[in-house]
Write a protein that binds this ligand. Structure first.
Ligand SMILES: C[S@@+](CC[C@H](N)C(=O)[O-])C[C@H]1O[C@@H](n2cnc3c(N)ncnc32)[C@H](O)[C@@H]1O
Length: 268
């Protein structure tokens, strides 16, 4: 079974890469994601710059950045997944100023100080050693260059209604099955430890009352089945939880949210 929380770290091994691709397409279409992404682009100061995008996925953000930079600039977009890079390359075939590359965020194939800025969006959560990936981003950015990262903190994940004990298990299991599900709260510390200056931390809360959307992007049904398979809840409890959510949705009282953190800073 491909779970969204653990599967993004190895999309190429998945039998259903379309599930991950479709999830990214849905997220990109939502106003919340468009809103913080726009802030992150502004914070990068991309004019005539060389920008590195880590974990570019379908390449949609790399395309936006490429359209914002002047003729002197370019974007290098990396992803560890060949399937993602193939999709991204197809999506932006007519844009000359993007260069795609398959690479691991923890071992960037670039010299120190090669870029004016670097950006990562919901990538470090999928990496076992996010500190290493972040310090690689810092290494390849030049002095006075900018770093901008957005990551969720799954310790803030709320799904309502539902019996408190069962809800707690479901949301905790979802967060704990990301390689780095608490990265949101760790990110400001990473910026400090790397000696970055002018650090700005912006919490961004996502909310929805749309159960089908939450099922798709937060894997609620697969996660409930997994909670049962792992012995955390009975089959009856998992079934009842999902039924309660459906009933709440039909009555317009389903609620789901999490907080992500947009953190930016400058290399001294
Ligand atoms: C949730 S997606 C986000 C994609 C894109 N940044 C966006 O905002 O739509 C995470 C991406 O990170 C990539 N990824 C996971 N682990 C990685 C690693 N170690 N190095 C580089 N990319 C990685 C995945 O293949 C996937 O494309």
């Amino acid at each position: 079974m491909d779970y969204l929380s653990s599967g993004f770290s190895k999309v190429d091994n998945s039998q259903r890469p379309d599930v991950f691709i479709s999830c990214l397409e849905t997220l990109c279409s939502l106003p919340y994601f468009q809103g913080y992404k726009k802030k992150s682009f502004q914070s990068l100061n991309v004019k005539d710059s060389k920008i590195l995008e880590i974990g570019c996925g379908l390449g949609l953000d790399a395309m936006t950045v490429a359209q914002m930079i002047g003729e002197e600039g370019y974007v290098v977009a990396i992803d560890s997944s060949r399937k993602m890079i193939n999709n991204a390359s197809k999506n932006s075939i007519e844009i000359d100023s993007i260069h795609y590359c398959i690479a691991d965020g923890c071992q960037l194939p670039f010299r120190d100080g090669s870029f004016d800025g670097a950006r990562a969006d919901r990538v470090l959560q999928h990496i076992d050693d996010p500190r290493k990936a972040f310090s690689e981003m810092v290494r390849v950015v030049r002095d006075t260059g900018r770093l901008v990262v957005y990551e969720p903190d799954w310790g803030t994940f709320i799904v309502s209604p539902g019996q408190r004990k069962v809800c707690r298990i479901m949301t905790q299991l979802f967060g704990d099955t990301f390689p780095s599900g608490w990265i949101g709260r760790q990110l400001p510390g990473f910026f400090c430890e790397e000696g970055l200056m002018n650090i700005k931390i912006e919490p961004q809360t996502f909310m929805t009352d749309d159960l089908p959307l939450a099922v798709k992007v937060f894997d609620l049904i697969n996660n409930a089945h997994r909670a049962h398979e792992m012995g955390y809840v009975s089959e009856e409890q998992a079934k009842r939880w999902l039924e309660d959510l459906m009933e709440a949705h039909n009555q317009g009282r389903f609620f789901c949210s999490y907080t992500g953190f947009l953190v930016s800073g400058e290399k001294p």
